[in-house]
Write a protein that binds this ligand. Structure first.
Ligand code: 13P
Length: 252
């Protein structure tokens, strides 16, 4: 179902104590000030159980992992399976963040496998796509995004695809302070929704949640989220401070 969502991707940040303080602050605030959209926090794996405990007491907070193994279980040292996430009541997981694609060489095929594993356990993939600066400058950004969508998600049937959230995160906007203009975001989101419509039909396309990510902050969130095809944000740096993340969550 299409929803307004703000998700905070903490990446590899915070001590346990800092993480718990942030989750506690967000839980407390949102309990008294219900946001219009859904709120998701994506802490490092070691803090998922703590965050999940808070979420179980909250009517607002949801928890997402940042990554999952492409395998079921077995001799894969250091990996975390979808089944393990489900065991902690984790209902979302980021897949294919550009940092995973770039620094850990995750391929489209691996990402497609990860999506399948998550869906096996009814965990919603937050599937990230987005072009590099070079690709945009060569006017190749639409082709790149199209290929990422097709290779990572379009093997799904309609029912499966209906459970996926998409995050458009142009790599040149991530952590750089250079945010996409509202026009650039809307243009790409509309393009993505159009591709989904071609493949799965208008109903599913209109029901798909497409988030924007990349230097989204309390100042620019409102103008980004005001666009017809932008359903919210996947927030990095600005999700690490309760005050900033709350302002973004209140930007709908
Ligand atoms: P920033 O908001 O820090 O640019 O990061 C965006 C991001 O990568 C979220 O997944």
């Amino acid at each position: 179902m299409r929803k307004n969502i703000v998700a905070g991707n903490w990446k590899m940040n915070k001590s346990f104590e800092q993480a718990e303080d942030l989750v506690a602050d967000l839980t407390e605030y949102f309990e008294e000030n219900k946001p219009k959209g859904e709120v998701i926090v994506c802490p490092p794996n070691l803090y998922l159980e703590m965050a999940s405990d808070y979420a179980s007491e909250s009517s607002v907070l949801n928890v997402s992992a940042q990554n999952v193994s492409e395998y079921d279980n077995g001799a894969y040292t250091g990996e975390i399976s979808a089944e393990m996430l489900k065991g902690l009541d984790i209902n979302h997981c980021i897949v294919g963040h550009s940092e995973r694609r770039q620094y850990f060489n995750e391929t489209d095929q691996q990402l497609a496998n990860k999506v399948d594993k998550l869906l096996d356990f009814s965990i919603i993939p937050i599937f990230c796509i987005g072009e590099s600066l070079e690709e945009r400058e060569k006017n190749n950004h639409f082709n790149v995004v199209k290929a990422q969508l097709e290779n990572g998600l379009f093997h799904l049937n309609s029912d499966e695809f209906s459970n996926v959230i998409i995050a458009y995160e142009p790599v040149w906007a991530i952590g750089t302070g250079v945010v996409a203009t509202p026009e650039q975001a809307q243009e790409m989101h509309a393009y993505i929704r159009g591709l989904i419509a071609e493949k799965y039909g208008n109903n599913i396309a209109n029901d798909t949640t497409i988030l924007y990510g990349g230097s989204c902050n309390p100042k620019n969130a409102k103008i980004l989220f005001a666009n017809k095809d932008v359903d919210g944000g996947l927030i990095g740096g600005a999700s690490l401070k309760a005050e900033d993340f709350i302002k973004i969550a209140e930007s709908f």
